[in-house]
Design a binder for this molecule. Structure first.
Ligand code: KG4
Ligand code: ZN
Length: 363
């Protein structure tokens, strides 16, 4: 038997991925994104998310068996895997009930996977030159962690967010500027607009969170409030109807330049907050490899700047390609494969919190 089928359904993306043991690679990774359903609310609506998983999962599964790209038979599936923590309770229940019923009816073993662990291991899917130990920043919509990955199953959590996650703050700042969910890619584009301007105004002064602290935690709610205060000072009012980036450029908003300037200022500080923590960690811990993972690891500004900073420091910098950054089933299948290799099966444990996120920071 050679295939591991992984399902992701912790939040607003349903994803199915397949790891092929014989080929030693991911051979399938399809995601059904719910962005269209949530965009006008400026964030994920849990009840809508569960209902959408309920519709999407059977279709994703059917696609595999109807595919012309891959041919897999039921007999060749060795293991089912499902992300069971942390996440929205409704979304978790839909995905986990589905996979457990499937395991029962197909007579297969099932492994539950920690979603954060799957993100943390996701760069290993493509980067065979990424060796342990590595420092990993998990930057997603729900979590922000700094972790030393010692080996599979052994993680030294150095810091976590004390309030909002980094992706969440991108989404909230975009919303207060009048944009739809998800806000991260929009802010990234607005930064590019600012950079391309011929006569660009200086970026606005926003504070780097927890700058004076000696520990390695993150915090983003204060930064969001500071951005909101600047928005009010600039005369920007919160909008009821959220819009896309395309609509923003089509409309003739008299505040266009102010919105671009504020978004660009936030983007810069978001990166500097990560860099600040990275520098603190690198003073105490020695590592040759550094990876960023999760949805925010898609951010080109953050990638580019870390790439050039790390190359000056002689540190190898990694990030997964876009399809493995945002939530996906491939990383769940891959994590299950890592455990299968070690013949180590964690107990089934469905919870809205992750043991990884609960570990308080180690000083
Ligand atoms: O990892 P992910 O798909 O879901 C969670 O596990 O939370 O991350 C989603 C988050 C959203 O907050 C979204 O705004 C952010 O990732 N994101 C980005 C970018 N692409 C997605 N943030 C900044 N820049 C991007 N290009
Ligand atoms: Zn995630």
């Amino acid at each position: 038997m050679r295939y591991i089928l992984g399902l992701e359904s912790t939040c607003d993306d349903s994803g199915l991925g397949i790891f092929d043991k014989k080929e030693n690679k991911i051979i399938w990774n399809k995601i059904y994104s719910q962005n269209t359903q949530h965009k006008k609310f400026g964030g994920v609506v849990p009840e809508i998310a569960s209902r959408e998983h309920f519709k999407a999962i059977p279709n994703l599964l059917e696609e595999i068996f109807n595919s012309k790209e891959i041919k897999i038979s039921l007999e060749e599936i060795e293991l089912l895997a499902v992300s069971s923590r942390p996440g929205l309770m409704g979304s978790l229940l839909v995905g986990n009930s589905y996979m457990q019923s499937l395991a029962w009816s197909w007579g297969k073993k099932i492994l539950t996977v920690d979603h954060l662990e799957a993100h943390i291991l996701s760069p290993l899917i493509e980067h065979t030159n990424l060796t342990f130990p590595y420092l990993c920043f998990l930057l997603s919509g729900g979590h922000t962690l700094a972790v030393i990955v010692e080996k599979i199953g052994s993680y030294h959590v150095l810091g976590t967010t004390e309030d909002d996650a980094l992706g969440e703050s991108f989404d909230k700042v975009a919303k207060l500027l009048g944009f739809e969910y998800p806000g991260g890619p929009i802010i990234e584009k607005l930064y590019e607009c600012w950079e391309e301007q011929q006569k660009k105004e200086q970026l606005l002064p926003l504070p780097i969170p927890l700058k004076k602290r000696l520990d390695y935690n993150f915090s983003y709610s204060g930064l969001k409030t500071a951005t909101k205060r600047l928005a009010l000072q600039l005369g920007l009012k919160e909008k009821k109807n959220l819009i896309s980036l395309k609509e923003f450029f089509q409309k003739n908003d008299k505040n266009k330049d102010k919105i671009i300037l504020l978004a660009a200022s936030f983007q810069k500080i978001a990166y500097l907050s990560l860099l600040w923590n990275y520098k603190k960690i690198s003073k105490k811990y020695f590592f040759k490899n550094f990876a960023i993972v999760g949805g925010v690891a898609n951010n080109i500004f953050i990638r580019k700047n870390f790439q050039s900073f790390c190359s000056k420091q002689g540190v190898n910098f990694f990030y997964p390609s876009a399809k493995y950054c945002t939530d996906n089933g491939a990383m769940i299948a891959y994590t299950a494969y890592c455990y299968l290799k070690n013949k180590n099966f964690p107990q089934i444990n469905i919870t809205s919190k992750s043991p990884l996120a609960l570990i308080s920071n180690v000083k």
